[in-house]
Structures are given as C-alpha cells and as structure tokens.
Design a protein around this ligand. Sequence first.
Ligand code: UDP
Ligand code: MN
Length: 253
Amino acid sequence: MFDPQFFDQKHIQENSTVALTVFAVGRYLDAYLTTFLTSAEQHFMLGLPVTYYVFTDLPDRVPNISLAPQRHLKVVPVVKHSRWQDVSMMRMKTISDTIESELRHHFRYVFCFDVDQEFKGRFGSEALGDSVALLHAHFYKSQERKFTYDRNPKSKAFIATGDFYYHAAIFGGTWANVKHLADACYLNIMLDKQSNVEALWHDESHLNKYFLIHKPSRLLSPEYCWDLSIGHEPDIRIIRLKWAPKHYEKLRT
Ligand code: UDP
Ligand code: MN
C-alpha cells in the first residue's frame, strides 16, 4: 500500500532521473518491442525524465514510438550471441559497460527489463530504490525447497538455502548498485563457463545468489510482473505489468 503522490513529489523534488534498459535481439524485436515501449509510455514512471536504452542487433527495425516530453529513446547496437542462454546472460556485461560509459553521468536510477512483457497499470516512482528486486509470481507463496535456485555446488549460483525467489525480468536501483550487481553476476557467469557449468536458470540463478548476499532495499510485489495464467489471486490488486505470451518454439530456434 502506498500513496503515489507522496513518491512522485519526492522524486520530482529530488530531480530523479531514470534509465530503462531493454534488450530486443533477433526475433524478440518484432515480437515484443512495440508493445513494451508503447505500454511503458502509458504507465512507466510518468512525470519523471526517462530514457529507454534499446539494445539490439537490428537497429533499423526499432519502431518509431512517439514519446512524451522529457522522455527519450536510444538505440545501442549489440552483437547477437548464437545461444539464447548467452543472449540473456551476457546482458549483464552490456549493462555494466553502458553504466560505466554513459548512464552513470546522466541518471540516478537504472531499471533493467525483459522485453517480453506489457505494462498494464501504474509502474511509478514507488518502485524506485537503492536496490530493487522483484518477487517471482510463481514462487511468492512457495516453500523455499520448491524454489528453482541453482542447486549444483559446482556453479557460482549455487544456493543451499535461501529466503526469496526473485524474478530476473526486472531489477534496478541506483546506477552504482546496478553496476555492482551486473559485474558480480557477469563474473560468476564467466567463472561457471570456465568450469563448464551453466546455472539452471542462467542469469536469474546468478541474480538470486547476488540478492541472497546483498539484500535489496526495495522488494516489488508480483503485481509488478504478473503471469495471467496463474489466475486470480486476492492479494494481487492491480496488475501493473504482465508477462507477454511466450512462443519459444518460434523465438528460440
Ligand atoms: N532476449 C532477446 N533475444 C533472444 C533471447 C533473449 O532479446 O533471442 C532478451 C529479451 O529481452 C528477453 C530476455 O533476453 O526478454 C530474457 O529472455 P526470455 O524472456 O526468453 O527469458 P524468460 O523470460 O523465459 O526467462
Ligand atoms: Mn522474459
């Protein structure tokens, strides 16, 4: 529960600025990017200066979205890794590099999103914080032993016992904290590659390990990333963002 105006006024007074990073590589661009961006313009951090950083191997295909005042979009070309697992995991490296070269000079907050989702309700300044994590819609009521942590001791993402299961589709915080997170996850991803192991859920497993050690300061409810196929849950009052349909057989082959 929160008062939206309280957070909006505070962040306008503090001149808060937000960079949103999103990757749309290969077929994910045509499948999801237009819906993601147009819905973000309806619901994401309205009233604050926001710049979208779209990372893609297909810069010419990025749709021309009309943006409200104080809102901008930058397209950053990236190479396409051949395995979808690497497209997902290597985002950590690109995010870190972009924070270092650019974001740290212009934005207080950085928010990193999967593209396969659609904003449906207010996703506003109440979600800003020093280090922001999201409870995974499928596990927020599960017992810990059901969490899909990486349980392989050979992986750097290994967790014997944890507390929450976080969803890697959204994380954020101050630029310094997001850089620290991205660097730590990328290092562990590369150490796993050297040991010839891959964490069960890739970057999400490493993110869970990171947040187990470095607790987030703000925890978003699954209202901020809901899977409609779960059905009605009385504690989900406002669906603020929903998972888009996943057609992996078409997208990942
Ligand atoms: N992604 C992409 N192209 C790919 C694979 C992944 O652009 O071929 C990006 C995209 O932003 C996507 C994110 O990486 O939302 C994570 O992958 P995905 O959404 O498939 O993972 P899941 O949500 O199923 O864990
Ligand atoms: Mn996704």
